[in-house]
Design a protein around this ligand. Structure first.
Ligand SMILES: NC(=O)c1ccc[n+]([C@@H]2O[C@H](COP(=O)([O-])OP(=O)(O)OC[C@H]3O[C@@H](n4cnc5c(N)ncnc54)[C@H](OP(=O)(O)O)[C@@H]3O)[C@@H](O)[C@H]2O)c1
Length: 333
């Protein structure tokens, strides 16, 4: 594993990090908690030292699992959590009934739908100092730690980012940092283009945004300004949220992925180069030197093993790289 500078934090972060959105949860598949813990252990053994999570992932269970996995190696990993979404009462109820419901879910063979997070119904958000103070305490508790390395505001809209109360939000984060509850703070953006509204926010250490062969356009021209200001870049969605995996049939792709034509084109191209789409996608993202860490969503030890192989494969040639610069269809997909 190679490590990169993360903005001006002085941290050396692994080139690939762990995206923790799909570990835990009521519909966790393939062995549930035990598998998630083995997945995290495999990522650590592979040299990954950056773990992205959020208080709302699997209603807090993602943080719980990461806390459990790294209780004894806390100083060897960077834990990046997020807050700002208010988990609604219905979800709190699910958390309560989960231990009783899990056997039923297993027996019925229910599976988590392959929906993207952005397609989820709107959940209320709160970025007020009071709310964030409580959210950080709750995350610290779930993570079994007394500090969070990087605390990220979870998907604030452009209105939130540019509104006057946002100064209070940044002030609250600065206080949490002074108190030692968080070591650094940043913003996890839904849209890469919103980075332009964050460049003058002194104090932020990171910006997280989508980037990869499925997300070429949005970040164009953004990385330069972000890295010049010493802000660490966390790139996510390298695998198109799973759309690039080989197991999806063309019919499934057409039904679930707005950019299905692009996926089919990528599949065609990589075949000529003797690579899988996931390998090509990861090598494509690794070519961008201004990214600190590419976080990959993983659920199983097999995902970790395969992704490490893709990571260790030969870098893209210039010819391969150019071939993968597929413009988005004119329809705007
Ligand atoms: N606004 C935000 O802050 C925000 C939004 C989205 C994501 N995130 C973060 O970014 C991370 C990554 O995002 P993501 O999970 O949506 O995108 P991703 O990394 O592009 O895709 C992850 C999915 O790809 C599939 N996959 C991964 N490795 C594989 C392998 N070796 N073989 C086959 N399939 C494989 C898995 O699909 P299956 O699970 O279907 O098998 C996995 O869930 C998240 O975990 C989260 O930490 C943050």
């Amino acid at each position: 594993m190679h490590y990169r500078d993360f903005g001006t934090t002085g941290w050396k972060v692994s080139e690939i990090g762990f995206g923790g959105a799909r570990i835990g949860g009521l519909l966790a598949q393939d062995g549930g908690r035990a598998t998630s813990l083995r997945t995290l252990a495999a990522a650590f053994d592979a040299g990954m030292n950056f773990y992205d999570t959020a208080d709302m992932y699997s209603q807090g269970e993602s943080e719980v699992l990461i806390g459990k996995a790294f209780r004894r190696s806390r100083d060897r990993v960077f834990i990046a959590s997020k807050g700002g979404f208010c988990v609604p009462t219905g979800k709190k109820l699910i958390q309560f009934i989960k231990p009783f419901a899990k056997p039923i879910v297993r027996a019925l063979g229910l599976r988590r739908a392959p929906v993207s997070l952005s397609a989820a119904p709107a959940i209320p958000q709160d970025f007020s100092p009071t709310y964030l103070g409580k959210a950080v305490e709750a995350s610290l508790h779930r993570l079994q730690t007394d500090y969070i390395d990087l605390y990220q505001l979870h998907s604030p809209s452009r209105d939130v980012l540019t509104g006057a109360p946002f100064q209070d939000t940044l002030g609250a984060l600065e206080r949490l940092k002074t108190q030692g509850k968080i070591r650094a703070y940043g913003i996890a953006l839904d849209l890469a283009e919103d980075a332009s509204h964050c460049l003058d926010m002194t104090g932020i250490s990171s910006l997280q945004m989508p980037f990869g062969i499925m997300d070429l356009e949005a970040s164009q021209g953004i990385f330069e300004g972000v890295s010049k200001r010493g802000i660490g870049i966390i790139a996510r969605g390298c695998f198109g949220g799973g759309a690039l995996k080989a197991s999806l049939t063309e019919a499934e792709l057409r039904a679930t992925e707005p950019q299905w034509e692009r996926v089919l084109r990528i599949r065609q191209i990589v075949q000529d180069f003797g690579r899988s789409a996931l390998e090509a996608a990861l090598q494509f993202s690794l070519r961008e030197p201004r990214i600190g860490v590419n976080i990959l969503g993983m659920r199983t030890p097999a995902h970790v093993a395969a992704n490490f192989q893709y990571y260790a494969s030969r870098p893209l040639s210039d010819e391969e790289f150019r071939a993968l610069l597929i413009p988005a269809p004119a329809t705007g997909a």
